[in-house]
Design a protein around this ligand. Structure first.
Ligand SMILES: Cc1cc2nc3c(=O)[nH]c(=O)nc-3n(C[C@H](O)[C@H](O)[C@H](O)COP(=O)(O)O)c2cc1C
Length: 364
């Protein structure tokens, strides 16, 4: 059983979508890291639901730190954040207690937790738990930024609408994205994506998309061989995000369409530093960072909850059934998942640095 991730720096998630609160506990943080509540709230705002492109469930997302902090700095002991579910409403789920919502975790949770699970809104499997995850990881992300390590994510593709790719040096793109709620590099593509989400939502349907992330400022030599490679650790974390169905690094699956002579990244020297002249490897060789930006893409499926009637089963009666899902849902998850991708990326990077240099490394 594991709602815990990380080795040197560990995060444990708890709570249910329509329970009293959701929360996260982070262990392994150095003492003396600044806990900047404005920064944390800005990170939570990027994950929040806004306008007609997000669910109408509107949560205040007020983080309450109940342990591990003194006078605005981490104590170095487990730090726990609670976020109240101020807009919880079980009533929409009462009628479908035993009816499996297609492509949700209702049936699999029943198979694992034998009827003792809180099924409302996906319970412990809900995207709601990503709120405290973003909150605790914001402490780590801020500390990384003080070390000039920056993370940025844009919506590379929404259904069939594409954004431009990151520039070869993504530093300026990352900066431009940092305060955006709907992170797209090409403004015209952003408009088309938003309209497509609104249209799908109005039709009671949903859309998926691909997020592209870049991390700059990394040293060469971070990561572990084999099973704790940078790719393995990032993929492990990213696949934990509800609705994520694919992760690829650098040129990704498309690298198979290249010849070796096109796929290889030649080495060179720039400003006295060893660099690669292309970055098809996504900044990783042999599972270890090579000092180039780490670049990867995360596929987010269309929201499972849609308004149309769907075929399913009543898993208690063992009968087929039809379901029409009521309640409040995101017509697309991809723009909200961006904050979660950035947060987990920060956690993985900090964890790998802490494993190499010790947990005090994050302190500076
Ligand atoms: C920030 C965020 C918000 C989400 N909101 C919804 C939602 O409103 N409706 C929904 O059907 N799924 C939503 N999801 C995804 C579901 O939680 C997820 O698809 C479901 O638990 C099944 O898990 P799986 O898709 O990983 O198999 C959200 C995910 C995230 C990360």
């Amino acid at each position: 059983m594991s709602s815990t991730f990380g080795k040197a720096i560990k995060v444990t998630l708890f709570g249910e979508s329509h329970g009293e609160c959701v929360g996260a506990c982070i262990e392994g943080l150095a003492p003396g890291l600044k806990v900047d509540m404005d920064y944390m709230k800005a990170e939570l705002a990027k994950r929040s639901a806004r306008g007609s492109i997000s669910t109408q469930r509107r949560e205040a997302d007020e983080p309450q730190i109940v342990s591990g902090i003194l006078n605005g700095y981490t104590e170095g002991t487990p730090l726990t954040i609670l976020i109240k579910n101020s807009s919880a409403d079980r009533s929409a789920y009462a009628a479908m207690d035993h009816i499996a919502r297609p492509s949700h975790a209702d049936f699999t949770a029943q198979a694992k937790y034998l009827g003792f699970q809180d099924a409302a809104g996906g319970g412990h499997f809900s995207g709601r738990l990503t709120a405290p995850l973003v909150a605790v990881c914001s402490i780590v992300r801020r500390a990384l930024e003080e070390k000039d390590i920056f993370i940025g994510t844009h919506i590379n593709r929404l259904h069939d609408i594409s954004d431009r790719a990151f520039a070869k040096d993504p530093a300026a793109d990352i900066k431009a994205l940092s305060a955006e709620y709907f992170p797209v590099l090409d403004p015209e593509a952003a408009q088309r994506m938003k309209s497509a989400i609104e249209k799908a939502g109005a039709a009671g349907d949903s859309l998926g998309g691909v997020l592209e992330t870049a991390v700059t400022g990394l040293d060469a030599g971070i990561g572990e061989p084999w099973f704790d490679s940078v790719e393995s650790e990032l993929a492990h974390a990213l696949f934990s995000i509800p609705a994520v169905k694919g992760v690829e690094f650098g040129a990704g699956f498309a690298i198979t369409e290249l010849l070796g002579s096109q796929a290889n990244d030649p080495f060179g020297i720039k400003d006295g530093r060893i660099v690669t002249l292309t970055n098809n490897s996504g900044g990783i060789n042999g599972g270890i960072t090579n000092g180039m930006p780490v670049v990867f893409r995360t596929a987010v499926k269309p929201t499972a909850s849609i308004a149309a009637k769907q075929q399913t089963v009543d898993f208690i009666k063992g009968e087929t059934a039809e379901i029409q899902i009521a309640g409040r849902h995101d017509p697309a998850i991809v723009h909200r998942a961006r904050a979660v991708v950035d947060s987990l990326t920060a956690l993985v990077i900090a964890d790998l640095y802490a494993r190499r240099y010790g947990y005090m490394w994050l302190r500076g």
